[in-house]
Design a protein around this ligand. Structure first.
Ligand code: TXA
Ligand code: MG
Length: 293
């Protein structure tokens, strides 16, 4: 275990190193967002292909890195800090290593007090993807991060509240588009913006169908118990996720996928979640997990 405190973590970031950090959504693999070499090392550490851009995390508003947009200003006022990432035209101050050389940058202000203490201590933005190996299940505890990166210094901020990654909203053309559903749901965005395109119309770069996949096969079903019985009858080792309301389903999903994976089952059978609130994000992640690796 290499758990570290906030001051030590700030020192590591300042020196160009990487740190596992808690957020309200999932844990992140953090680098100083203004240090090109540090940001580049995130890709190598994660096994992530270049050109999958990172989210730039900021303490307050994003206008030092992203072009101003009145719609974004309204969303920042309403939802930040919190689990909403905005994709906006970038300013030159956003590093190519962060944006993958695109003309846009993804920005988010996390609400987790430990993440905020790191941003305040560093005095710079933090670039961070989820702190898992590429294509795997995102971490919601410090122990998950250490199981993927045993040598990484990690700040323990407890279990992630939300449990799934932030909503990503692109504000590029006339019509806002959700690139990845999360806890800030479409209805909440529509209430501020009017019409918003749903996920699927515009795929996020790197938001692959097969993301978030454990090693075991995942099957999503309206009748999980019935499906599990037939899989067991076929000689497979099977785990079944319990039905949960959306908030609880989101908060427990990744922990359960990881725990069942570690126990060596062949198949994890999951019920669909009610599609309200963060439930749409749960079903999106279930669909991707079921798409395999
Ligand atoms: O909740 C979260 O968003 C967590 C915490 C740590 O903040 N972070 C996270 O990062 O989930 P990551 O890298 O695992 O997912 C970020 C997604 C990727 O699919 C990436 O392609 C997309 O954001 N993204 C980043 N910059 C983008 C851009 N300029 N345009 C479109 N998509 C972008
Ligand atoms: Mg990720």
């Amino acid at each position: 275990m290499s758990l570290v405190g906030v001051d030590e973590a700030v020192g590591v970031l300042r020196a160009g190193g990487l740190v596992g950090v808690p957020s309200e959504t999932v844990y992140g693999l953090a680098a100083d967002g203004t240090n090109a070499a540090a940001v580049a090392s995130v890709f190598a550490r994660k096994g992530r292909p270049r050109g999958h851009p990172l989210i730039l995390h900021v303490l307050d508003d994003p206008w030092a890195y992203a072009a101003r947009d009145p719609r974004a200003e309204a969303l920042v006022a309403r939802f930040w800090p919190g689990p909403l990432t905005l994709v906006l035209p970038r300013l030159p101050s956003a590093l190519d290593e962060v944006t993958g050389g695109r003309s846009t940058v993804a920005v988010r202000s996390p609400s987790h007090p430990v993440f905020r203490a790191l941003l305040a201590g560093l005095g710079r933005p933090i670039a961070a993807p989820s702190a898992n190996r590429f294509g795997g299940v995102s971490p919601t505890t410090a122990a998950h991060v250490l199981s993927d990166f045993p040598d990484l210094p990690v700040v323990d901020g407890g279990d992630a509240d939300v449990g799934v990654e932030s909503t990503i909203l692109a504000l590029l053309g006339d019509r806002p588009a959700i690139l990845r559903p999360g806890a800030v749901d479409r209805d909440a965005l529509v209430a501020v913006l009017g019409p918003v395109d749903a996920t699927g119309d515009t795929p996020a770069p790197g938001n692959l169908p097969s993301h978030y996949a454990p090693r075991a096969r995942v099957e999503v079903s309206d009748d999980p118990e019935g499906l599990a019985r037939s899989l067991v009858a076929a000689g497979l080792r099977v785990a079944v996720l319990p039905p949960e309301p959306p908030g609880r389903y989101a908060a427990t999903l990744y922990e359960r996928l990881r725990a069942h994976d570690a126990s060596g089952v062949d198949v994890i059978v999951a019920p669909w979640c009610s599609d309200v609130g963060v439930g749409a994000a749960v079903n999106d992640r279930l669909r991707r997990a079921a798409a395999g690796r």
